[in-house]
Design a protein around this ligand. Sequence first.
Ligand code: NAP
Length: 225
Amino acid sequence: MNPADAKHVASGSGEFPRAVGYEVAGVVAAVGPDTEIASGPVAVGDEVLAFRISGGWATDVTVAAADVFAKPDSLSFGEAANLLPAGTTAAEMLHVTGTTEGDTILVHGASGAVGVSVLQQAARIGSRAIGTARPASHDVVRRFGGVPVAYGEGLEQRVRDAVPDGVAAALDCVGTDEAVDTSLVLAADRGRIVTTVAAERAPASSRSPSLARSSSPMPWRQPSC
Ligand SMILES: NC(=O)c1ccc[n+]([C@@H]2O[C@H](COP(=O)([O-])OP(=O)(O)OC[C@H]3O[C@@H](n4cnc5c(N)ncnc54)[C@H](OP(=O)(O)O)[C@@H]3O)[C@@H](O)[C@H]2O)c1
């Protein structure tokens, strides 16, 4: 289950019945004539995943072909059904912060759905991730390649102790003032700070959904997901 679905249900907003399920994985039961999905040709019986949809928690769903992708064989249906929102958000955060091989980055909320994907993708890029989490979640951060640091009072100093040379970029999946303020102090370049949450701390000019990196002095970037 994606935490985003739980938050959608718990939010209390919207009318009932409230459709749940932003993403699915399954088997194609029917397809229109001459239809291709986002990843290419498709046929009845193919294993696919789909995002972003509404009401995925159903036995059958009808979805737009443009939102459907071939399911990687290496993934179970459960894994595939949790891949895209968190994974693409993480990829976009790494992209807009320009994270590259050799960078050390700070990841707030590193044990969560998006944070874990950031850790995994950062490891593939060859960057080193310092990830904030409560101590009970530190093994999760380690398992996915990050260096855990406890959030809470004293966070800034703990990060400094872990990385005396500082961090190149900060990726915030939490949005607390502590996460924002620590990022502003520790990131060498304020143009390399991104948040999925703290829009109110960002100047309006930086909330563009554009993925293009900019050399303008925008202190915050927010991914478009
Ligand atoms: N999930 C998605 O597909 C998705 C897609 C786009 C955007 N988003 C947004 O991205 C954000 C993160 O989503 P998520 O799905 O990764 O959430 P999540 O799985 O619920 O993870 C949130 C993490 O925040 C940590 N946390 C809680 N309180 C904290 C604090 N005071 N300081 C630092 N960390 C704290 C928790 O770690 P501990 O357990 O270690 O305390 C938890 O692992 C949300 O704003 C969400 O709306 C999510």
